[in-house]
Design a protein around this ligand. Structure first.
Ligand code: CO
Length: 409
């Protein structure tokens, strides 16, 4: 049986480490609080009958062995690092649920044909180095470059040095790489971070895929000139071009509809002074969809629209791709299994994409993936985020049954 009380107690005791004045949590990767958190996770993994190791990326891995099995493992993971003054559920519920699944198997002597791994991925949030996060899962997918090791935190200390201080050897980071011959399936449970499940009054979400993020910087170049002396019909106002483009993002994305989202997230105005018509404006636009072709078509439409706006307003523009991540789709057989198991458990679910990135997105690059969302109140990354013990238990029961199905075959 999945132990609701134990799940609740563990979430509460982990939240004591790095607890902030308003009930939030600050547990940034590679800090003393993070180390203390990992020590607690290690003890719980051992109570659940697991052997525990840390790889050279700082990922903590508990292994529940399947006697005399040569088969690849089923892995369950998430993260226990947080953003500054974040909440106590983001990431942690996934790791604690994974340990609960292992302990359930261990205590009830359920025989499994392949090992179960529970992974606490290192530095998912990326708060310390402001470098995009999902560091530990990127290392597992073999995607860490020397640039990743050279990034510095606010104190000017590189990740390379920080890892050394933490007892890791960054020179051996490739040893953290895994493939599908070692992990044949990866499952992750996470709080939703958005309002959809709460609004629909449904406790658990089945994730169809994780959206692929794209960041594009659009620079508009017009002419800075005197606001009083330049007639309205003789201006090349870069800010007006950028504003039209921001509205176009909303319009184009709404035209595509479905799972696409788009945001003109920043706007930098030069010279940004009264008395002067804005001459240069740059805006960073975030466009995401689970469907890569649709996302690329949205970007193409946007560039066409920007060209048209700039022709009308006598502006020049640059359309610069800053970052593109591929969407990750959940494996069809896992989706089907989640439907079957949730029905059997009598848990109401809703199928939806994940708009936020997760470790699962990286692990999906080398093996099959499935994700479960638990309804959350007040979003996430703040002290008020909340998931109820009942919903967390329902999510964990689904996670356990899906994992067990694969562990037994
Ligand atoms: Co998270």
């Amino acid at each position: 049986m999945i132990n609701k009380q134990r799940l609740h107690e563990r979430i509460e005791s982990l939240a004591e480490i790095g607890k902030t004045a308003d009930g939030g949590v600050t547990r940034i990767a590679f800090t003393d609080e993070y180390k203390k958190g990992l020590d607690l996770i290690t003890a719980w993994m051992q109570q659940a009958g697991m052997r525990v190791r840390m790889d050279q990326a700082g990922n903590l891995i508990g292994i529940l062995e399947a006697p005399s099995s040569e088969l690849p493992a089923v892995a369950i993971g998430s993260h226990i690092d947080s953003v500054g003054n974040g909440g106590k559920y983001d990431g942690t519920v996934g790791v604690i649920a994974g340990i609960e699944v292992a302990q359930h198997i261990y205590e009830e002597n359920i025989s499994i044909k392949r090992p179960l791994e529970v992974i606490a991925f290192c530095e998912e949030e990326g708060s310390r180095f402001q470098s995009g996060g999902v560091y530990g899962s990127r290392a597992m997918a073999g995607k860490i470059t020397s640039d990743d090791l050279a990034v510095k935190d606010k104190e000017g200390v590189t990740r390379y040095e920080v890892m050394k201080q933490f007892g890791l050897d960054p020179e051996r980071i490739q040893e953290a790489e895994r493939d599908s011959s070692e992990i044949s399936l990866y499952l992750e449970m996470h709080i939703e971070q958005g309002p959809i499940l709460a609004k629909k009054d449904i406790p658990v979400g089945i994730i169809t895929g994780i959206t692929g993020l794209s960041l594009t910087e659009i620079v508009f170049e017009g002419e800075s000139n005197h606001v009083g002396a330049t007639p309205m019909d003789m201006r090349n106002d870069a800010l007006l071009g950028a504003c039209e483009a921001a509205l176009a993002v909303e319009k184009i994305v709404n035209k595509y509809g479905g799972t696409a989202v788009g945001t003109a997230a920043t706007m930098d105005v030069l010279p940004s002074q009264v008395n002067i018509i804005p001459g240069i404006v740059s805006t960073v636009v975030d466009v995401r969809d689970v469907d890569l072709i649709r996302r690329e078509n949205i970007l193409k439409d946007l560039e066409k629209k920007v060209k048209e706006i700039c022709e009308n307003r006598g502006l020049n523009y640059q359309f610069i791709t800053k970052l593109k991540a591929n969407p990750a789709m959940s494996a069809d057989h896992v989706l089907e299994r989640m439907r079957i198991e949730s029905k059997q458990l009598g848990i109401k679910t809703f199928e939806m994409p994940s708009g936020g990135g997760h470790d699962a997105q990286l692990i999906a690059e080398f093996t099959d993936m499935g994700m479960i969302f638990v309804r959350s109140e007040n979003g996430s990354h703040n002290p008020k985020e909340y998931a109820s013990p009942e919903d967390i238990t329902s999510g964990t029961e689904l996670l356990a049954n899906v994992a067990l199905h694969y562990l037994k075959c």
